[in-house]
Design a binder for this molecule. Structure first.
Ligand code: DGL
Length: 265
C-alpha cells in the first residue's frame, strides 16, 4: 500500500477530464494536479518548447512526493514523453492505453485518431498502433478549433457541430469503426462527435483509458492507496487560479469546491 498522491499534469485545465476518471476508478487516491495555464496551449507549439514545458511540469510534481505521474495532456504525451529521461517514478502517457483499447475494440482494423496539430504531426498514435498490430490502418485528423470551442462554452452547440462535421468528414469516409479522442478536451464533445460519426463508431477517451491503466499498474506494483486513503485533491496552476476554479467544474463533470493554488515554475 502506498498513500502518496498520484501526480497529474496538463497544459491547462483539460486534464481534469482524466482526473474525473481517476476519481471514479480510484476514489481513495490523493491527487496533485498541475495545470500550466500560463503557457497553454501546447498543441500548436514546437517540439523543443513542448519538451521544455513538460520537463518543468514533471519537476513541479516531483516536489510533491508523488508515487506516479500521468501526463494527461495528449500533446505532451505524444510530442515530449519520448524525450524525457527516467525521472525516478513511473510516468504514464495517454497514448499507449488508448491505442491498446482501440485495437481491442475495432472490428474492421480501421482506427481514427483526432488531436491537436502537434499531436497529429508527431504521428505517435499511428506508430504505437503499428508496433502492436502492423495490419491495423490508422487515419488521423488535427482538430485545432475543438479546444477553444470547448473552453468558450460552445461544446454542445451548432458551432461545435459545424466545426466537427468538417474535421471528421475524412475519417467518416475512410470507414473507421473506432475513434481515439486524443486530447484532454474532446470528451466534452463526445455527444457531438458520436452523432456525426454514427452508432457504429466506438469512441475511445484517452483520459479514461489512462486512468484504468494507472489503476492496474498501481495494483500490480502494490502501490494502491489503502482503505484509509482520503481521496484528497490539490490543484496548482501557473497563472490566475480564478478562471481555473470557474471552468473546473465543467471538465470534472460536477460542481465541486476547488481550492486552487498558484504555482511558480
Ligand atoms: N491539453 C492539450 C492536449 O490534450 C490540449 C490543449 C493544448 O493545446 O494545450 O493535447
Amino acid at each position: 500500500m502506498d498513500n502518496r498522491p498520484i501526480g497529474v499534469f496538463d497544459s491547462g485545465l483539460g486534464g481534469l477530464t482524466c482526473v474525473k476518471q481517476l476519481m471514479s476508478v480510484m476514489p481513495n487516491e490523493d491527487i496533485v494536479y498541475f495545470g500550466d495555464t500560463a503557457r497553454v496551449p501546447y498543441g500548436n507549439r514546437s517540439r523543443e518548447t513542448i519538451v521544455r514545458y513538460t520537463r518543468d511540469d514533471i519537476s513541479f510534481l516531483l516536489e510533491h512526493d508523488i508515487k506516479i505521474i500521468i501526463a494527461a495532456c495528449g500533446t505532451a504525451s505524444s510530442v515530449a514523453l519520448p524525450y524525457i529521461d527516467d525521472v525516478g517514478v513511473k510516468v504514464i502517457g495517454v497514448l499507449e492505453p488508448a491505442c491498446r483499447a482501440a485495437l481491442k475494440r475495432t472490428r474492421n482494423g480501421r482506427i481514427g485518431v483526432i488531436g491537436t496539430a502537434s499531436t497529429i504531426k508527431s504521428d505517435k498514435y499511428a506508430q504505437i498502433i503499428a508496433s502492436i498490430e502492423p495490419s491495423a490502418k490508422v487515419f488521423s485528423a488535427a482538430c485545432p478549433m475543438f479546444v477553444p470551442v470547448v473552453e468558450n462554452g460552445y461544446a454542445d452547440t451548432e458551432v461545435a457541430r459545424i466545426v466537427a462535421r468538417d474535421y471528421l468528414a475524412g475519417l467518416k469516409n475512410e470507414g473507421v469503426d473506432t475513434l481515439i479522442l486524443g486530447c484532454t478536451h474532446y470528451p466534452l464533445l463526445e455527444g457531438v462527435i458520436g452523432d456525426i460519426m454514427g452508432d457504429g463508431v466506438e469512441l475511445i477517451s484517452s483520459g479514461r483509458e489512462a486512468a484504468e491503466y494507472c489503476r492496474s499498474f498501481l495494483d500490480g506494483h502494490g502501490l494502491l492507496a489503502g482503505r484509509d486513503g482520503k481521496g484528497n485533491s490539490e490543484f496548482y496552476v501557473s497563472d490566475d487560479p480564478e478562471s481555473f476554479t470557474q471552468l473546473g467544474g465543467l471538465f470534472l463533470g460536477r460542481e465541486i469546491e476547488l481550492s486552487v493554488n498558484r504555482a511558480m515554475i
